[in-house]
Design a protein around this ligand. Sequence first.
Ligand SMILES: C[S@@+](CC[C@H](N)C(=O)[O-])C[C@H]1O[C@@H](n2cnc3c(N)ncnc32)[C@H](O)[C@@H]1O
Length: 347
Amino acid sequence: MVAEKKLYKTSLINNRRYLGNKYKLLPFITKVVSEECSDIKSVADIFAGTGAVSSAFKDKTIITNDLMYSNYICNFAWFGSQEYSPQTIIDCIIKYNSISKYEDNYMTENFANTYFSYNDCSKIGFIREDIEQNYLDGNINERERAILITSLLYAMDKIAKTCGHYDAYRKGADFDASLELFVPLAEAHNNAENECFNKDANELVKEIYADLVYIDPPYNSRQYCDAYHLLENVARWEKPDVFGVAKKMNRDKMKSKYCTQSATEAFEDLIKNINAKYILFSYNNMATKGNGRSNAKIADEDIMRILQSKGTVKVFSENYKAFSAGKSNIVDNAERLFLCTCFSEEQ
Ligand SMILES: C[S@@+](CC[C@H](N)C(=O)[O-])C[C@H]1O[C@@H](n2cnc3c(N)ncnc32)[C@H](O)[C@@H]1O
């Protein structure tokens, strides 16, 4: 018997590249939580990025949040409480992968033969427009829209000819692979209490409660909106003007305080306003090691002072490959988890 050839491929939450993504650290994170935090029913992942950490807590109520809309979209695709039709997603993806007519659009006009070939830019522009039109026409719901955009962002990221991330494209690169969308294997029935946000974490914590709040902010001066401007541009689909060699849009409203000299102040304000039983904070120890751009923005003394004003603190560490923006020789460094068991309200 000849096996039926599948008309599409599938993808999982970790099938993408993302700076500081904690997928490989999940065994360490879940071990600390299961051994140290009792009676946890809800987890808020308030700097969620790819949502990798939330994916380890699917048996709990999950709150995700990220300042970047592209991450909100992916998190809503993976964890959103709205139900969706997997068949609708499969049908759209098969249709998108069979496109063979290439026309000019926002993507070809601004990005042809930079990060992607002319043909792939044409496909990306067509697909993104079609998703939006289908949503506006009521043919797909909000979750289906998010899952299709997620599939497009993952597909773009797989073939983009980038230097580092989207800081620059590789001039004269061979466009050897072409765009192919995969079907994200997102649960059709997530916990009905799950919520996904696209806010500044400092504002969000004033409005939510979770038994465990997980905090994983940027460590250094590298802004995520700079590294991922093109994915953010396609997710938002506001078709802004783009500038410079890297073809970035205006990102003034997307900058994170955690990448600046005000990081400690922002962290102090964040911790003060958190309403939780436990706070789990990921921060590595690059403070005095790597080159300038990689240096951590919040000093260990400040972390301890701020967390100890909120509860009892324990620190756990594990060796982990360091991220360095330039040519420093750090091979591995300790990835730390600070666990704060919060003082109860009465204290
Ligand atoms: C280290 S990454 C998180 C990685 C994530 N834990 C994962 O496993 O993919 C930090 C994230 O914080 C987000 N971010 C930066 N400043 C923020 C803020 N003020 N509020 C919410 N999110 C923010 C960035 O967009 C980025 O996705």
